[in-house]
Design a protein around this ligand. Sequence first.
Ligand SMILES: Nc1ncnc2c1ncn2[C@@H]1O[C@H](COP(=O)(O)OP(=O)(O)OP(=O)(O)O)[C@@H](O)[C@H]1O
Length: 284
Amino acid sequence: MSIIVENLTHIYNPNTPFETTALNDVSFQIDKGDFVGLIGHTGSGKSTLIQHLNGLLKASSGKILVNDFEITKKDVKLREIRQKVGLVFQYPEHQLFEETIYKDVAFGPINLDLSQEEVDRRVREAIQLVGLSFEDVKERSPFELSGGQRRRVAIAGVVAMRPEVLILDEPTAGLDPKGRDEILDQIKALHNRYKMTVLLVSHSMEDIARLVDKIVVMHRGTVALQGRPREVFQHVELLESIGLAIPQITYLMRRLKAMGKPIRDDVLTIEEAKTEIINWLRRK
Ligand SMILES: Nc1ncnc2c1ncn2[C@@H]1O[C@H](COP(=O)(O)OP(=O)(O)OP(=O)(O)O)[C@@H](O)[C@H]1O
């Protein structure tokens, strides 16, 4: 197992008039090497949850294990957690501050007290892993790059720490469609190549559907649904009742099936739908 969350509750401002239960008895698990999507309406508790996974918040009750290591124990050092779980915040490029891309990506590994050779190796690898050319960018300022490229540099800074689990909070926020696809493809490639466990927070069911092995749906601080995308998308009414929708293409295929057309209604992507429709037309 990679991450086990057991009965996690988080209350902000307890025993004050501003008390808010952001997480209420949340339990789920993510297997090693899984690519998981965390989705939920605004205020459902996603950010609170991922901050717990990175040790930034302390639980009101419950526990979290990362590869059998309990990160919610009192005496655990943040540094130990950060080496296991890398968290990429929303708009991470706003936190780039060094004058060269090399220095920005090297910042984390240097703080791990690694040798210069090891830092070098990790920076080179991380920059290449996010799809940039090390030689082309190492001496450039992050500010010479496009928004999407800057975000990749920021992700490289977390990847260079070689975390066992990578968590990304809305990594496509504010990017144009090309930048969005590039970032998501790069994250998928990272996962495929290194079998890295990835937790992706997203508002987009379309993105989640085409990428992840498993979905965790949050609603008002609880886990409303979890499972493989095809299983989760069976619960259309529940999803709609909490302000979420299944991907448009899945919805369309379900409508066609309901109209009596002999096609599969559990497709997740346009590509799958195209194949299904072409096969159906050929059979006609
Ligand atoms: N620092 C805080 N102090 C008090 N309440 C908070 C704090 N952060 C979040 N909350 C409350 O906790 C609940 C969960 O918020 P959280 O930010 O975790 O949700 P979210 O699903 O990440 O939302 P979004 O998609 O908008 O980022 C909300 O009711 C929110 O108002």
